[in-house]
Design a protein around this ligand. Structure first.
Ligand SMILES: [Zn+2]
Length: 122
């Protein structure tokens, strides 16, 4: 599994086998993470407030997506500002949980290195 599919599938950054988030997904607790990896025992939140940095990834992702959508709607489709933002609000509501979870996954993959030996261990 490469790093991109590991991020996309919310896998442990160290071994890329264990799951970051508790399954099945519950809408009442979308950021419920496993305490440690089921395969390599890597702790997913090494210190309190560890995922504070993921907010910056989420912020950047959201801002650039909104700018691209509004820009496309206004400059290409000639929509009004109001209708462009109605579409953005709709898309933001649909992608809210996905962006929160993928930001955490990206952040932990930026911080922790893949360990090939650990991954091949059964
Ligand atoms: Zn692991």
């Amino acid at each position: 599994m490469n790093v991109f599919s590991s991020i996309w599938n919310y896998k442990c950054p160290k071994c890329r086998k264990g799951d970051l988030f508790v399954k099945p997904f519950k809408i009442s607790d979308p950021l419920n993470m496993n305490e440690k990896c089921s395969h390599c025992e890597q702790r997913f939140e090494p210190e309190p407030g560890y995922f504070f940095g993921a907010m910056f990834i989420s912020y950047g992702w959201t801002v650039w997506t909104i700018l691209a959508i509004v820009g496309f709607c206004m400059l290409v489709l000639y929509w009004t500002v109001e209708s462009s933002f109605i579409l953005v609000i709709f898309i933001s509501a649909l992608s809210y949980f996905f962006i929160m979870r993928i930001s955490r996954s990206m952040y932990i993959h930026l911080d922790m290195r893949y360990d090939r030996e650990l991954a091949s261990k059964e």
